[in-house]
Design a protein around this ligand. Structure first.
Ligand code: CLF
Ligand code: SF4
Length: 297
């Protein structure tokens, strides 16, 4: 298998198109957009669109109930046999919608036990749900971590909603980084494979992401995916106003190279939408709209 991975880990990644660069040529993933709410605000996010932690700007996914989502998964599985992974990645934060997210995974696990379950989160609520994640046999979790320094965090996140209260500024960033890193440690301790996504934001966190890389590696992260900020004028509440630019391809590559010695870097991410279907880089979501899946079995 890939590199010198232990057999138990290779077994988990060999059919996951995001966790194995080899697998992404042969295996497909799908997302179901069952999680509309979010518990915080990132400066690069526009709530009209999908969560920008795992998707490109300007995309609005079709929201589904857990029952509709399970039906869609079965419809796709019978038509795309290479589909091995179901991910929930939005359009908001899956763990800000825990009932819908976990109900969907439960329904799918019952009906199609071979499909691997994958979850992507901003990490704020993660420590509260680690036991459920383990119980439901969710083998892959992605946490978006853009900083470990609250001073930098305060420039990326205007507010969070935590314990029935709104926090802002440094206080919000301190809570967020503590929750993200302890969630990562708890998952690693249970043998759940963790990927960390980071959004590279020039002038804000680009040098700092080397420190983030070390911090997540030491807490057991398996893979680090540094994604470029996609700067679109209609996107992002504060960066947009300040004319925040996206990183150049050469800057992104240099940062990925600087982190490569530390751990596995993902370089084939396609920043997919919250209802993506198919091989990475291929979008078959239009074949499986709500309207169409009603008539499929
Ligand atoms: Fe989806 Fe994410 Fe799971 Fe993959 S996507 S929840 S780990 S199954 Fe993959 Fe898409 Fe990049 Fe995400 S290419 S945006 S890394
Ligand atoms: Fe937007 Fe995702 Fe950030 Fe929530 S976590 S504010 S949905 S980018």
């Amino acid at each position: 298998g890939q590199g010198d991975l232990p057999p138990a880990i290779w077994d988990k990644v060999k059919k996951h198109p995001c966790y194995s660069v080899e697998a992404h040529h042969h295996y497909a993933r799908m997302h179901v957009a069952v999680a509309p709410a979010c518990n915080m605000q990132c400066n690069y996010c526009n709530r009209k669109y999908d969560c920008a932690n795992e998707s490109r700007p300007g995309v609005t996914s079709e929201k589904l109930t857990p029952e509709q989502a399970a039906k869609k998964v079965l419809a796709v599985a019978s038509r795309i046999p290479q589909m091995t992974v179901l991910g929930i990645a939005g359009p908001g934060d899956p763990l800000a919608n825990p009932d819908k997210t976990f109900r969907t995974f439960e329904l799918v696990a019952k009906a199609a036990p071979d499909i691997k379950l994958c979850l992507s989160t901003n990490g704020l609520a993660l420590p509260d749900h680690v036991d459920t994640i383990a119980r439901l046999n969710i083998e892959h979790v992605t946490i978006t971590i853009n900083m470990i320094d609250p001073e930098i965090g305060a420039r990326i996140y205007p507010w969070i909603f935590y314990n029935h209260k709104r926090y802002s500024g440094l206080e919000a960033a301190k809570i967020l980084t503590r929750r993200q890193l302890s969630g990562l440690e708890m998952l690693s301790a249970r043998g759940i494979l963790c990927k960390v996504n980071s959004v590279m934001i020039p002038g804000i966190n680009e040098r700092h992401l080397v420190e983030v890389n070390k911090a997540v590696k030491s807490r057991g992260a398996f893979l680090h995916n540094i994604m470029p900020l996609i700067a679109a004028p209609e996107h992002g509440t504060m960066f947009g106003l300040k004319g925040q630019r996206a990183p150049r391809t050469s800057e992104l590559k240099a940062l990925q190279d600087a982190c490569e010695g530390e751990m596995n870097m993902m370089r084939h991410c396609c920043q997919c939408r919250a209802d993506a279907v198919g091989l990475l880089g291929e979008d078959r979501s239009a074949e499986f709209t709500k309207e169409k899946i009603v008539t499929m079995t």
